[in-house]
Design a protein around this ligand. Structure first.
Ligand code: MN
Length: 129
């Protein structure tokens, strides 16, 4: 079964780009256009990994991450934050909210795919051990 990745992203162009990259990597892509539906889909679908935009129209990606990570059934799902705000302190804020990793936009497609693969692989290894 291919890994399922939830992408929470409100910008259609960014969503299209991420979808293309992930599909090329052989992953199944689930999509949410805002923070609340991102949390809802995470609860309903329990994806293998979540790519979380930080700037969203309702609750931001950090709040959505907190709500997902607060649930014991979802806590193990790796969340990679994607943000355009390459501001000092962003990485710390993302990690403090519970994100497992942080990538600033514009990102390199190989870098994104590499991080996704790395998180999915390390999860499998820890599950089997
Ligand atoms: Mn956004």
């Amino acid at each position: 079964m291919t890994a399922r990745i939830l992408c929470v992203e409100d910008n259609p162009q960014n969503m299209r780009l991420v979808r293309k990259i992930l599909k090329r990597g052989g992953y199944t892509v689930l999509e949410a256009e805002n923070g609340l539906s991102g949390v809802q889909i995470a609860e309903d679908e329990r994806p293998d990994l979540i790519l979380m935009d930080v700037n969203l129209p309702d609750i931001d990606g950090l709040e959505a991450t907190k709500r997902i990570k607060a649930q014991s059934a979802l806590h193990h799902i790796p969340i990679i934050a994607l943000t355009a705000n390459a501001m000092y302190g962003d990485e710390e804020r993302c990690l403090a909210a519970g994100c497992d990793y942080y990538i600033s936009k514009p990102f390199d497609k190989d870098q994104l795919l590499d991080m996704v693969t790395r998180f999915l692989t390390s999860k499998r290894e820890s599950n089997s051990g």
